[in-house]
Unconditional design. Structure first.
Length: 133
């Protein structure tokens, strides 16, 4: 017998927001020191997601990381819109990140510098990444 949908039963469950407290990475000195929470933990999550190539590491689920490796050597007219969509897709997998917007691109010799704004539940902030193309 298949149970019937019961709204009273569903109302008993409440969504609980998990804290975003995590270990704090000092990327300059390559150390883990203390803890961070709030917007700092979201900034750290953005950093980690953009440094992890999706599907390359078995330790992470297929929803974690960004797909940029295959764009190496392609034409800039192809790469620029793809990078925008792939960064957005990778970052919104984190439920704290609501939107990625205001992209700007700057081409240097063999790198593309991408700057953008991340809108999260903890607040908005600027972020960016440099990609070899």
């Amino acid at each position: 017998m298949i149970p019937k949908y019961n709204e009273d039963f569903i109302s008993v469950f409440k969504k609980h927001k998990e804290p975003s407290r995590t270990y704090e990475m000092d990327t300059d000195r390559k150390l883990i020191r203390g803890f961070c929470d709030g917007v700092d933990s979201v900034k750290q999550a953005v950093y980690k997601i953009l440094k992890t190539e999706r599907y390359d590491w078995l330790i992470y689920s297929f929803n974690y990381g960004v797909e940029l490796k295959e764009l190496f050597g392609k034409q800039m007219t192809y790469v620029t819109p793809k990078i925008k969509s792939r960064i957005s897709e990778a970052l919104v997998q984190d439920d704290r990140i609501k939107e990625v917007k205001d992209f700007s691109f700057e081409k240097k010799k063999n790198t593309l510098s991408v700057e953008f704004t991340v809108v999260s539940t903890e607040g908005s902030f600027e972020s960016g990444v440099e990609i070899n193309v």
